[in-house]
Design a protein around this ligand. Structure first.
Ligand code: GAR
Length: 206
C-alpha cells in the first residue's frame, strides 16, 4: 500500500472547499492523501473551526504580525516543512505567493479558481469579484478551474475544469454558489486525489 501524501490546505475565509476536501477524505474519494494541516492567514476564518471539528491541526500566520511579505512566507514555509507537507492546496487562500515560495513546492501547490481560466483570472480576480466580472461581461457559461500554481497568478498548468451555466437573474452570490456546488466542491477533491496519488507513487519509486 502507498504511503499517503501529507496535505496542507491554505485558507482565508469560510472554507466550503476545505469542507468538501474533509468530506471527500472521509468518504474515500481522497484515498492517497491525508489532510494533516489547515493554515489560515486570518485568525477568525471559519475554515479553522471546520478543521478543528474534523480533528485536523491548524495554524495561523497573519501578515500584520510579520515585518514584510518575506517573513510572512518564511513562517508559512517553516510551518509546512515542520509538518512534513508534500502537497499544498490553496482553497480560498487570498494571497498571491512569490516565486521563492513556489520554488519550495515546485508542482506541489494546487489552487481552485472560480472561472474558466484564462477568463476572469489573474491579479485582482478573487472571490465574488470573479463572478461580478463574468456577469458584467455577459458570458453565458462560466465554471471553475483547478491548476498547479506557478509564478504567474492563475497561470499554472490546468489540471481540471468544469463549465457551469449562467442563468437569467443571476447575482454574483447566486452564481458563486452554483459554481461551488456544480464545479469546485466536486472537482477539487478529485484533483487532490489525482495529485496525491502521483506524489505517493513517485515516493514509492524513489
Ligand atoms: C472559492 O470560490 C474559491 O474558488 C475562491 O474563493 C472562494 C473561497 O470559498 N478563490 C479565489 O477566488 C482564488 N483566486 P471557500 O472559503 O468557501 O472555499
Amino acid at each position: 500500500m502507498l504511503t499517503k501524501t501529507k496535505i496542507a490546505v491554505l485558507v482565508s475565509g469560510g472554507g466550503t472547499n476545505l469542507q468538501a476536501l474533509i468530506d471527500a477524505e472521509k468518504s474515500g474519494i481522497i484515498k492517497s492523501g491525508e489532510i494533516s494541516l489547515v493554515l489560515s492567514n486570518k485568525a477568525d476564518a471559519y475554515a479553522l473551526t471546520r478543521a478543528e471539528n474534523a480533528g485536523i491541526a491548524t495554524a495561523v500566520v497573519e501578515k500584520k504580525t510579520c515585518a514584510d511579505k518575506v517573513e510572512f512566507e518564511t513562517r508559512i514555509i517553516e510551518c509546512l516543512e515542520n509538518n512534513g507537507i508534500e502537497l499544498v492546496i490553496l482553497a480560498g487562500f487570498m494571497c498571491i505567493l512569490s516565486e521563492n515560495f513556489i520554488s519550495h513546492f515546485e508542482k506541489r501547490i494546487i489552487n481552485v479558481h472560480p472561472s474558466l481560466i484564462p477568463s476572469f483570472c489573474g491579479e485582482g480576480f478573487y472571490g465574488l469579484r470573479v463572478h461580478e466580472a463574468a456577469l458584467s461581461y455577459g458570458v453565458k457559461v462560466t465554471g471553475a478551474t483547478v491548476h498547479f500554481v506557478n509564478e504567474i497568478p492563475d497561470g499554472g498548468e490546468i489540471i481540471m475544469q468544469k463549465a457551469v451555466e449562467i442563468l437569467d437573474g443571476d447575482t454574483p452570490e447566486i452564481l458563486q454558489k452554483r459554481v461551488m456546488e456544480q464545479a469546485e466542491w466536486i472537482m477539487l477533491p478529485k484533483a487532490a486525489e489525482l495529485v496525491s496519488k502521483k506524489i505517493a507513487e513517485e515516493k514509492e519509486q524513489n
